[in-house]
Design a binder for this molecule. Sequence first.
Ligand code: BTN
Length: 250
Amino acid sequence: MKTKKMSEIFIHLDETHSTNSYLRELITKEKEQPEGTVVVTDYQTAGRGQRGNSWESERGKNLMFSLLLHPDHIPAGKQFILSQLISLAIVTVLQEYDPHFSIKWPNDIYWKEKKIAGMLIEVDITGSMLSNAIAGIGININQTSFKSNAPNPVSLVQITGKKHNLPELLEKLLDRIADEYSGYSPEKEEEIIQRYKNLLFRNKGVHPYLCEGEIFNASIEGIEANGHLILKKENGSIRSFAFKEISFVI
Ligand code: BTN
């Protein structure tokens, strides 16, 4: 197993606390690892999600992996580019199985109104540029029932009605992520934002959002380079929102 155009270091663990934490410990204790190093596991005892949430996944049923990148050509203020490139890669691969996948801003992957995948990207910054990025990705593949309190999970087997080969899928995903990542240049930013916007969940029409206890209807106007979501309220006012400021009402 290897990533196209990147390192061939591939660490498979039967079980670990969290692949992101494992990779973090590896680069802290063992010094720098090559770009493209991948840690994948069958089971996490302390899987981590966004906003301090946990990430639960049945043993051996799903994909859980972390990829090490060295995005030292990307300014710290533009770290959202990584979320966009990885989200685009995941949706592109999943769309081979069904057309109804989208990116729920900022970086959840949805099928219709349900969540199939999430990512936790943890970066180090040196000066004004990114240095390390640990991109941790969890995708529900062969799990058929969900017991955790995650609100609206779905898996690929529930969508397609058949079981999927995890190593094959992982290889496809890593290749696609490598393609997106190595194809990035500052001149391509507009095109990346446009592709990301075209795949956004609820990118058409007016939908309800929750901000500071208030629910309001708005439409997505765009995405700023820092990843903030630009919404247009029904009264015509336009405002951008940072990640923790707003949530979708689903
Ligand atoms: C989220 O949607 O809240 C993000 C979930 C990220 C889960 C993945 S699974 C592999 C990697 N290791 C972790 O501990 N978390 C990420």
